[in-house]
Design a protein around this ligand. Structure first.
Ligand SMILES: [Zn+2]
Length: 96
C-alpha cells in the first residue's frame, strides 16, 4: 500500500492519515503524559511521543508509509539519546 503525501501538508492533516491504531496510541500517550500550561494549553514532549509511536508501529509490523508519516508529523528527534519517557518511566528505544 502506498500513500502520496504532500510535503507542505500540516501536521493536523497528516495525523488524520495515520492508521486508527496509531491515532489511538497517540491519544493514550498524550493523556498519560500531558503537561498543562497556561500559555500553551495541554501538550506533551513530541520527541517522546514520536519514539513511542515508532515503537508501536514497529511492534505491529506496520507498512513503511506509516513510519514515513510519523517522521513527517514529527520532524524532530525520536526520544532523547536512545530513551524516552512514558508515565515517568524511562524506556529504551529498541531499533530494528
Ligand atoms: Zn521527551
Amino acid at each position: 500500500m502506498t500513500k502520496k503525501l504532500t510535503s507542505n501538508a500540516n501536521a493536523t492533516v497528516l495525523i488524520g492519515e495515520l492508521p486508527l491504531f496509531l491515532r489511538e496510541k497517540m491519544a493514550e500517550f498524550i493523556e498519560r503524559n500531558k503537561i498543562i500550561s497556561k500559555k500553551t494549553g495541554s501538550h506533551c514532549c513530541t520527541w517522546c511521543l514520536k519514539a513511542h509511536l515508532l515503537e508501536k508501529a514497529r511492534e505491529k509490523g506496520m507498512d513503511s508509509w506509516a513510519i514515513e508519516l510519523i517522521e513527517q508529523i514529527f520532524p524532530g528527534n525520536a526520544g532523547h539519546n536512545g530513551y524516552y519517557m512514558d508515565s515517568e518511566e524511562v524506556k529504551k528505544i529498541i531499533l530494528d
